[in-house]
Design a protein around this ligand. Structure first.
Ligand code: DC
Length: 216
């Protein structure tokens, strides 16, 4: 069975998907981390993000492996590095590149072969796994999403104002929602959940209930 969880940044997708996968005993795939890994590699290799052809070739030079919720890029654990501010902004630019998307979608489909999977991202229910049995789309208010991001950054020692985070968030949302290939939007058959007033544990429990009903 494939369970997809899509939605904009800060809606708690990754945390909810991880908890849900663990409760169900399913594998978990964080596809945002894959786009972040490509952005990080572009940064390391000094590739100009305006050069679509050069960016498009980056994924084929990379080995991306998930191990115990860590992302290993060409043998190095980059889990923390890819969550920083610069890579975050770059990732939404890289994610608009058609060649990058093609390659990462191949990897995502390969990861789903023969396993039960909870996968999260922007296009998992609409494009990558359009036949998935269970599709969810998480939303939350812009302020709540920015507050969650602020808390995450503070835990890493990065202090950024809410105003600045709201501006960055709006820019990324706009890029993710208006790009030509696989824009962020709910699948027609997705269940939409507003996570603003809920704890992420509660969201995961709610989704688990819906998935189990589908399994029975
Ligand atoms: O979920 P995240 O913030 O880690 O995602 C990083 C970027 O990658 C974000 O700008 C959206 C993009 N992304 C995408 O286009 N498709 C996905 N399946 C996952 C993420």
């Amino acid at each position: 069975m494939i369970v997809t969880i899509d939605g904009p940044a800060g809606t708690g997708k990754s945390t909810v998907a991880r908890i849900l996968a663990s409760r169900l005993g399913f594998e978990f795939l964080n596809t945002g981390a894959m786009y972040r890994a490509v952005a990080f590699a572009c940064l390391q290799q000094g590739i100009d993000l305006n050069n679509a052809q050069a960016v498009g070739h980056v994924p084929s030079s990379l080995e991306i492996v998930f191990a115990n919720n860590r992302l290993i890029l060409n043998g190095h654990d980059v889990t923390e590095e890819i969550r920083g501010q610069q890579v975050t902004q770059m990732a939404s630019q890289v994610a608009a590149n058609e060649l990058v998307r093609q390659r990462l979608v191949e990897l995502q489909r390969a990861a789903a072969r023969g396993v039960n999977l909870v996968t999260e991202g922007r296009d998992q229910g609409t494009v990558v796994f359009d036949k998935a049995e269970c599709k969810f789309f998480l939303t939350a208010s812009a302020e709540e999403r920015a507050r969650r991001r602020q808390r995450e950054l503070l835990e890493k020692g990065e202090e950024v104002s809410l105003e600045e985070l709201l501006i960055q968030q709006e820019l990324r949302d706009e890029r993710d929602e208006t790009r030509a290939c696989s824009p962020l939007k709910p699948a027609e058959d997705a269940v939409i959940i507003d996570t603003t007033p809920m704890s992420l544990e509660d969201v995961a429990a709610y989704l688990e209930n819906l998935v189990r009903k589908r399994i029975d």
